[in-house]
Design a protein around this ligand. Structure first.
Ligand SMILES: [Zn+2]
Length: 299
């Protein structure tokens, strides 16, 4: 296990939990606390990492059991695998309907793609409350808005958490910083639209799904928008040269980690634009090519 996570205080009520940038399944999370209860935003990929995260939540807030509510931004395992620990502690889980369905069908370990045996207990929990409309969670003197994205973006059921009193926006995986985003479960076109929507939510601090914290006016959203727009532009033609485009992307975004994702993003975006089915096996094979087998996780 490499560097330790960082806890950032982003206002009286809000904390961000930042894991190291780069590496599959190393996401960010956080919490918002009021006088009565605490809203946890996302969990982590493994039982051990989530237990450590929840220890930090309990130590900081003094809240546990039914005073915990968790909003899961989307179904991907890095964000959702630890949710069972909130449920077992007696807390409540919120997610979109799509996320709830996907979580119920998990855990999603993708054993053909990842060589890893350290998940621990990541049994999928039931989601207590489906978020179909924007809603406010009252925490006691503080509230947090849970806002679903009504179209397909990073996934078909993303949500974000906005804390107006502290000017904080938890974007889940709608924002990646310093890491190639993954379009496999969503669409580049819908994602661009979601980024434009994010900029309408007032904030001073942005907590990305992956990568370092961002202040207002950071280039994170425009940079990601430029990448997604590039994907859409270069795959608009019938038969793009995927290998050449992947090489171009690796060079142009050379400071972003997980460069293997460019291959998948190009195939998926091309398929979406031409009404084709993006075959999951083809996408996985394209991504694993540089590794010559499953990706070894170091989490
Ligand atoms: Zn994700």
């Amino acid at each position: 296990m490499s560097q330790s996570p960082l806890v950032h205080s982003l206002g009286p009520a809000t904390r961000a939990y930042e894991q190291p940038t780069g590496g599959w399944f190393l996401n960010n999370a956080g919490w918002v606390t009021g006088g009565e209860r605490t809203l946890v935003v996302d969990t982590l990929a493994t039982e051990a990492r989530t237990a450590r995260f929840l220890d930090a939540v309990r130590t900081d807030t003094g809240h546990d059991g039914d005073r915990l509510v968790a909003a899961i931004t989307h179904w991907h395992g890095d964000h959702a695998h630890g949710a069972i620990q909130i449920a077992r502690a007696g807390g409540r889980l919120l997610a979109t309907g799509h996320s709830a369905d996907m979580i119920a069908a998990g855990p999603h370990l993708f054993e053909q793609v990842f060589d890893f045996h350290g998940w621990g207990d990541v049994t999928p929990p039931a989601i207590d409350q489906l978020v179909a409309e924007p809603s406010s969670v009252e925490l006691g003197g503080v509230s947090a808005d849970v806002l679903p994205v009504p179209w397909i973006a990073h996934t078909a059921g993303d949500l974000v958490v906005h804390v107006p009193s502290d000017g904080v926006l938890f974007t889940g995986d709608l924002v990646f910083v310093g890491v190639v985003p993954l379009v496999m479960a969503g669409t580049a076109a819908g994602w661009v639209q979601a980024l434009d929507w994010l900029t309408t939510l007032e904030h001073r601090h942005l907590v990305p799904g992956h990568g370092p914290m961002q202040a207002a006016g950071s280039t994170a959203i425009p940079d990601l928008r430029a990448y997604l727009s590039w994907l859409l532009d270069v795959t608009a033609v019938e038969a793009p040269d995927f290998a050449a485009l992947e090489a171009e992307a690796r060079q142009r975004w050379s400071t972003w980690s997980e460069g293997e994702r460019h291959a998948v993003n190009l195939i998926k975006t091309h398929a979406d634009q031409h009404g084709l089915d993006a075959d999951i096996v083809t996408m996985a094979m394209a991504m694993l090519k540089p590794f010559g087998g499953p990706i070894k996780l170091d989490i």
